[in-house]
Design a protein around this ligand. Structure first.
Ligand code: G1P
Ligand code: ZN
Length: 543
């Protein structure tokens, strides 16, 4: 047989509890490193003999080479079939959809999400299970365990598949099917949304600017917005996936999508602006002079999703990650929907979606999605917004004004301190945690602490428990701060503060969020001393 078994030693690559592995690209390119991790995944999921896998990535540097390596390893490990996106491309939501619609046993997605790409930037691999979603804790634990005791990997050496050629091919005994990465996904979007209404809106002169940030959603957005919905050519910008994402971070936030932000504030601004990230699962939504925060976006979508055909029957419920604002909870309460609060990370939504308990879910970190796949989905969120705008006839700013008038406004901001000395960050967390029980009743910069705890989650579907998911301090009058350490950073520690304050006074609904949150920011500093302890005068990023 034209295959090799290569001896290897453990790389201990994946942190327990994380759903994949992100490293510098050069680390992944070192001889045997990618192979080592991929074999650990195959072994950790009980082998791939006879299985069908979906494979593709976000087009970053090393994507196509890595796709070829993974195919060769799947063949050597006895997989029956691999379905791979042409050129090795698949957005994360499109990969999730393909796994589901083809009844595959799982998939490997090559991406480091919104991190930069290139030989000196970042690369990543993650395994998604047969439901199309990030692997649950038990599976990632098994993969992690395998990275600690792996001794060999297997790779097919008898040829390669031309990834640019659509259709059927073979690699040894394994069938390989190279598919159009966009077709099945675009068909799903046509089922969910009222393309006629959106198309009529666009024909009526409603102008859209979608910034694909040189990443994977370019071809998807062009096909759907320009070809199928008839938006003018040029509606999608930075539409060709580039291995280095044009040298930037494919991260749809006001900092990295500054050009789009500026255009949406210009005199001749389009009516609607949006962006997605490297692998197409995150989104940013903008109107003229109007930035819609992810927590507010989730709330508006939960309130009005029924305007789209795919959700016309109403929503079973809505779920949000704990640090996400409670704006969606207010909608759920008013509409009599179930509402769940989960730890940070999309994998926690999987059971709720699989069990039919929720239809919509979202995170404050620019992730929104629904039961149509098992990942967050950037372009889906954009299309749901466009569907709502088309049917309601309102502007983005008009929808937000209506929403806040009805439900009140959960002022919200996340402050990130990046590259903090890990010992300092851990001490800040530990010191606050040690005082949580004494905090109720305490004064901090004029606010009174109502209660404080460490968030843990009991999954209502499978009974599993996730502990230590962040520190929460609630203040009298409906304000809250959450502290947590990032699980995805690559250098030092990233300390995240999630600040929130509910305002129901109609006269005070249009303030600048940072100003509206000033009392909560001051109270947090009084409780933690972050500025003094990190030596930082301000957060590195505020979203
Ligand atoms: C971040 C986000 C989180 C998201 C994750 C993966 O994780 O905060 O919401 O699920 O990326 O996209 P963190 O770095 O905070 O652990
Ligand atoms: Zn992403």
């Amino acid at each position: 047989m034209t295959q090799q078994t290569v001896a290897t030693t453990p790389i201990a690559g994946q942190k327990p509890g994380t759903s994949g592995l992100r490293k510098k690209t050069r680390v992944f390119m070192a001889p045997g490193y990618l192979e080592n991790y991929v074999q650990a995944i195959f072994d950790g999921i009980g082998g791939v003999a006879g299985k069908t896998l979906v494979i593709g990535g976000d087009g970053r540097y090393f994507n196509e080479t890595a796709t070829g390596t993974i195919l060769a390893m799947a063949a050597a490990n006895g997989a029956a079939r691999c379905i791979v996106g042409q050129g090795g491309l698949l957005s994360t939501p499109a990969a999730s959809h393909l796994i589901r619609t083809r009844g595959a046993d799982g998939g490997l997605i090559l991406s480091a999400s919104h991190n930069p790409g290139g030989p000196d930037a970042d690369f990543g691999v993650k395994y998604n299970g047969p439901n199309g979603g990030p692997a649950p804790e038990a599976v990632t634990a098994a993969i992690h365990a395998r990275t600690l005791d792996i001794t060999e990997y297997h790779v097919f050496t008898g040829g390669a598949v031309a990834l640019d050629r659509l259709g059927q091919a073979r690699l040894g005994n394994m069938a390989v099917e190279v598919v159009d990465p966009v077709a099945d996904y675009a068909a799903l979007m046509e089922e969910l949304f009222d393309f006629e209404a959106i198309s009529a809106l666009l024909r009526g002169g409603f102008r859209v600017r979608f910034d694909a940030m040189h990443a994977v959603t370019g071809p998807y957005a062009r096909e759907i917005l320009e070809t199928r919905l008839g938006a003018p050519a040029g509606t999608v910008v930075n539409a060709v996936p580039d291995p280095t994402f044009g040298g930037g971070h494919p991260d749809p936030n006001p900092v990295w999508a500054a050009d789009l932000m500026a255009r949406m504030q210009a005199e001749d601004a389009p009516d609607f602006g949006a962006a997605s990230d490297g692998d197409g699962d995150r989104n940013m939504i903008l109107g003229r002079n109007c930035y819609v925060g992810p927590s507010d976006s989730l709330a508006v979508l939960a309130d009005r999703a029924h305007l789209a055909p795919g959700y016309a029957g109403g929503l079973a419920g809505v779920a949000r990650s704990m640090p996400t604002s409670a704006a969606a909870d207010r909608v759920a309460e008013a509409r009599g929907m179930a509402c769940y609060e989960t730890p940070t990370g999309w994998k926690f939504f999987g059971n709720l979606l699989d069990a039919g308990r929720v239809t919509l879910c979202g995170e404050e970190s620019a992730g929104t999605g629904s039961a149509h796949v098992r990942e967050k989905d950037g372009l889906w969120a954009v299309l749901l917004w466009l569907n709502i705008l088309a049917v309601s006839g309102k502007s983005v700013a008009g929808l937000m004004t209506d929403h806040w008038a009805r439900y009140g406004r959960n002022y919200y901001s996340r402050h990130d301190y990046e590259g903090v000395d890990s010992a300092v960050a851990e001490a800040i967390m530990a010191d606050l945690e040690a005082r949580l029980d004494d905090l109720p009743g305490a004064q901090a910069a004029g606010l009174t602490v109502a209660r404080a705890d460490v968030f843990s989650y009991h999954d209502p579907v499978d009974g599993s428990v996730a502990t230590a998911q962040g520190l929460r301090v609630f203040f009298e009058g409906g304000a809250r701060v959450v502290l947590r350490l990032s699980g995805t950073g690559t250098e030092g520690a990233t300390l995240r503060l999630y600040l929130e304050r509910l305002e129901t006074d109609a006269g005070a609904l249009h303030q600048d969020p940072q100003a509206a949150l000033a009392p909560v920011i001051a109270a947090t500093e009084a409780l933690t001393g972050i500025a003094a302890r990190t030596g930082r005068r301000a957060p590195d990023v505020m979203t």
